[in-house]
Design a protein around this ligand. Structure first.
Ligand code: PLP
Length: 380
């Protein structure tokens, strides 16, 4: 039985026009990819965030896979990524034969520790994949400078980073390529969905081809070539226009959604700030970065404390959850890619990090209740 005060971890928010726009797409009789709503979504992102070129994909995972194909990743290439991340960040490159070199997280937030990056670069390194954890920016100036110095590409895993900024620049606009997610657990959703952002002109033409099964179909529909055919490797990475219709309804409400999520985040932060004195870590946003209200987390001092906190909230009907298992500890990595690395901070977040309920319709009263239960737990 669910407690009557049950507060879920994530409840998808429907902003109003999702099903209307899907009905519109259906009645237009054009529901495959790159229809009217896909074009509206592309225009939205290119105007609002000044991304050079965007392409909707069926997921962020697919956008990352496109990035790996675009960068010609092949057997033996090395890709540097944090271990404290979702599996897709690295799987996309492993699929093309890359060796993943893990970098530890910062002590003050789970983003990659830039200070450790350079010593991991070898003549085989091709790509750095910064993950903007919780939508908080990695130190992109330093990453881009290192990439330029060593002739590397940068692919931003911006899955959680919509509408967040670094020195005034939108996340996803800084690396050569970037990938976003519209999975139902993100701020802006389409059920399953994603987007590849291309910030370097040299990748645009080929990205369109890879996304359309290795054909130059996009050029054909624009009248640039008189027939289309197989010109490269590729796959089917474009979503149905029904997905784009759903997404467009969300995008029309992005400012309202973001404002409310940030209010919730700030309420948690103010209420829980006193815990820092007890050694409980709260999110840290560097001066160059912004908060996009994607996630509110705490870092407990050890796994037992975290297990007890999650159980304490559970008893009151509140669903808080832990997050990643550091990927260097995963079954796949240990069996196939083993080179023992010690990642102290990544292990600490694996054991200690807990995410609190965060969704648009969470009320101020619910946030206050959750925060009080947490304070009570640490004060007893
Ligand atoms: C959600 C997420 C992904 C995967 O997104 P999908 O759209 O589900 O493929 C990748 N990386 C990170 C950091 C994520 O949070």
């Amino acid at each position: 039985m669910k407690n009557k005060n049950y507060v879920g971890f994530n409840i998808p928010y429907f902003s109003g026009n999702e099903t209307n726009y899907i009905a519109e797409a259906v009645s237009s009789m054009k529901i495959s990819g790159d229809g009217v709503f896909t074009k509206k979504c592309h225009a939205f992102f290119e105007e609002k965030y000044k991304f050079k070129k965007v392409l909707l994909t069926t997921s962020c995972t697919d956008a990352l896979e496109m990035a790996a194909i675009l960068l010609d990743i092949k057997d033996g290439d090395e890709v540097i990524a944090p271990a404290y991340t979702f599996v897709s960040t690295v799987n996309a490159f492993v699929l093309r034969g890359a060796k993943i070199v893990f970098v530890d997280s910062n002590a003050d937030n789970p983003n990659m520790d830039i200070g450790q990056l350079e010593k991991l670069i070898t003549p085989k390194t091709k790509v750095i994949v910064p993950v903007h954890y919780a939508g908080i920016a990695c130190d992109m100036d330093k990453i881009m400078a290192l990439a330029a110095k060593h002739n590397l590409f940068v692919v931003e895993d911006a899955a959680q980073a919509i509408d967040s900024f670094y020195n005034g620049k939108p996340l996803g606009s800084i690396g050569h390529l970037a990938a976003f997610s519209f999975h139902e657990t993100k701020n802006i959703i389409a059920g399953e969905g994603g987007m590849l952002v291309i910030n370097d002109d040299c990748f645009i033409e080929r990205a369109e081809i890879i996304r359309e099964k290795g054909t130059n179909r996009s050029q054909f529909f624009r009248g640039e070539v008189d027939k289309y055919g197989w010109v490269d490797i590729g796959s089917s990475f474009l979503p149905s226009d029904m997905i784009a219709a759903f997404l467009y309804a969300q995008l029309e409400n992005i400012d309202r959604i973001q404002t409310r999520r940030k209010e919730i985040w700030n309420q948690y932060y103010q209420a829980l700030k006193p815990l820092e004195e007890k050694g409980i870590q709260l999110p840290f946003i560097p001066i160059e970065g912004t908060n996009n209200g994607h996630m509110f987390y705490l870092v407990c001092r050890n796994i037992d404390e975290r297990t007890a906190l999650i159980a304490h909230l559970r008893e009151q009907g509140i669903h808080a959850v832990f997050h990643y298992l550091s990927l260097n500890k995963s079954t796949y990595y240990k069996a196939n890619l083993n080179n023992t690395v010690s990642l102290i901070q990544s292990d600490r977040y694996t054991d200690g990090l807990v995410r609190l309920p965060m969704y648009f319709e969470l009320s101020n009263e619910q946030v206050a209740l959750i925060a009080n239960l947490i304070l009570q737990f640490f004060n007893k």
